[in-house]
Ligand binder design. Structure first.
Ligand code: ADP
Ligand code: ZN
Length: 529
């Protein structure tokens, strides 16, 4: 008959000392562990590096039975199991990478009462066979890691997580702990409800990462800007550079390598062996920079990542927070650096327009993007904006770009009216729509073949904006988009007005803009139609 794994330690503190070699719990760890060890449910919101793992590992060791940990990070299960085994914890995993023999050995160990912790991929746990098998042994607790993945509207939804709602009915006596490093108030509510954790105690940590300096700059020549940032501020440091596409990853890694940095590409299109080597070089060598799509970094525990840079706009504030959170887990000063431009906004709107899913889904993606834009264009403290997004109030931090160099704001009502009225005229009178480039040409009175072709030099707004430079105009466009006074649409990012535009045109609403540092004009301009 199956046997239950006996409790290994009498108290959490003993397990902390004996197994993990630490003297004291951090933050809310002890309260969380006490709650779960006593058989209660918990919802834990704790930033990356806060020490979530111990919150389920220690209760697994002090309770009878096996702690079952649901994690989507299949690639990391082997590492996690190895790390636990090294300190004497009997751990194993079940996922799709195993053959039948390996699975059978793990199953025997579980039923024999020889496992303290069992990692299970969510798609395994949604299968009836796996649940029947688990029922034959004794479960100490369920830990649901990356619990935000159950949120259908979140940035990282995984359908397999929905099936986890069943655990409550099937194992009513087994305590459950859900953990995440990223949850807005809405996601927090949603995961509590979907995972049937109504009776849980909630532990919400301080999300601030005071040692991370947040900086967001307008994109001019992004690879050159990135190189300057790294060589001036972080020479020889380990860091992660995030880009949205594989192509952008490859080109950025090549660019940095050609200039003498150790920069390695990492994305899903590269072979698994190479990816594993890159990950281990990043962990073991000094000063390695990994240029990656978002596939890199989840669950990687490297304390001394000194910078995280984004060369493309992240799709959501949650994603941005999670990625930048990989910097400075050791508490030492680190930088989160992001460069973004109008083209990012246009590209992401297009991706949203093209994305599968219903209107409500696209609307949610748009809200994510809008929140990210608001963070980029804020004239207030970045940290206040960021923490506010997670429902946490704070005061200006003194350690972000807007605190260190407060941006001047200026009254942009008149330029906004000039731009919006150009868009309206073209749209209403001629049924034409254009991207930012051409609209700026009209406002600045720049003769181009397209201006001649359409006779746009006869528009009433022709050349009425030559008081601003081209880059200033692009800044105006970007900020009007962030303020939802203009929307870029379609493949070419043609700009259209929004319901809010009318109040600006009528003079009822003033437009406050952020003054940007003057910089060289871009050599080439993205095409507009
Ligand atoms: P998270 O999963 O929240 O990102 P981890 O569980 O990976 O964080 O913990 C981050 C780091 O902090 C790990 O290196 C871990 O060993 C360490 N750590 C966790 N709890 C403590 C503690 N009480 N004392 C010292 N170090 C701790
Ligand atoms: Zn600040």
């Amino acid at each position: 008959a199956p046997r239950a794994t006996p409790a290994r330690f009498a108290s959490p503190r003993e397990a902390l000392r004996e197994v993990f070699g630490y003297d004291a719990f951090r933050g809310q760890q002890e309260a969380i562990i006490d709650r779960v060890a006593a058989g209660g449910d918990a919802v834990v919101l704790m930033p990356t590096g806060g020490g979530k793992s111990l919150c389920y590992q220690i209760p697994s060791l002090v309770r009878e039975g096996t702690g079952v940990v649901v994690s989507p990070l299949i690639a990391l299960m082997q590492d996690q199991v190895d790390a636990l085994t090294a300190v004497g914890v009997r751990a194993a995993f079940l996922n799709s990478t195993q053959d039948a023999g390996q699975r059978a050995a793990v199953e025997r160990a579980y039923l024999g009462g020889e496992l303290d912790i069992l990692y299970v991929a969510p798609e395994r746990l949604s299968s009836e066979a796996t649940k029947r098998f688990l029922e034959r042994g004794r479960i100490a607790l369920f830990a649901i890691d990356e619990a935000h993945c159950v949120s259908q509207w979140g940035h990282d939804f995984r359908p397999d997580y929905l099936a986890l709602s069943e655990l409550a009915d099937r194992w009513p006596d087994v305590p459950r702990i859900a953990l995440t490093a990223t949850a807005t108030e809405a996601t927090h509510k949603e995961l509590t409800q979907r995972l049937r954790l109504e009776g849980a105690e909630h532990f919400v940590s301080d999300f601030d990462r005071p040692n991370i300096q947040y900086r967001i700059v307008p994109k001019v020549d992004v690879r050159k800007q990135l190189l300057d940032f790294i060589t001036v501020e972080h020479p020889g440091d380990a860091g992660i550079v995030y880009a949205l596409s594989r192509n952008s990853v490859e080109r950025t890694a090549e660019f940095l390598s050609a200039r003498g940095l150790t920069a390695l590409p990492y994305h899903a299109g590269l072979d698994a062996g190479l990816r594993a080597r890159t990950q281990s070089r990043f962990l073991r060598e000094e000063g390695v920079i990994v240029v990656a799509t978002i596939a890199f970094g989840m669950g990687i525990d490297k304390p001394d990542v000194r910078f995280v840079a984004h060369v493309d706009l992240p799709k959501s504030v949650e994603g941005y927070y999670q990625e930048t959170g990989r910097a400075g887990r050791d508490g030492l000063p680190s930088t989160a650096w992001l460069a973004y431009g109008l083209q990012d906004v246009v590209q992401q709107r297009r991706m949203i327009d093209d994305s599968p899913g219903d209107l409500a889904h696209r609307r949610r993606l748009t809200q994510h993007l809008d929140a990210m834009l608001a963070l980029c264009e804020t004239v207030q403290c970045r940290r206040v904006n960021l923490l506010g997004y997670f429902g946490q109030r704070s005061t200006p931090c003194g350690n972000c770009d807007t605190c260190l160099q407060p941006p001047e704001s200026w009254d942009g009502t008149v330029p906004a009216q000039k731009l919006l009225s150009t868009v309206v005229r073209l749209q209403r009178e001629r049924n034409q729509r254009f991207g930012a480039g051409h609209l700026v040409d009209i406002l600045r009175g720049k003769r181009t073949p397209r201006v001649d072709q359409y006779g746009h030099d006869r528009l009433a707004t022709w050349a009425i904006g030559d008081d601003l430079s081209e880059s200033q105009w692009r800044g105006v466009v970007r900020q009007l988009i962030a303020q939802e006074l203009l929307t870029p649409e379609g493949e070419y990012g043609v700009l259209t007005i929004t319901p809010a535009s009318a109040s600006v045109l009528s003079g009822e609403r003033r437009v406050v803009l952020r003054r940007e540092p003057e910089r060289p004009e871009r050599a080439s301009r993205s095409s507009g139609r």
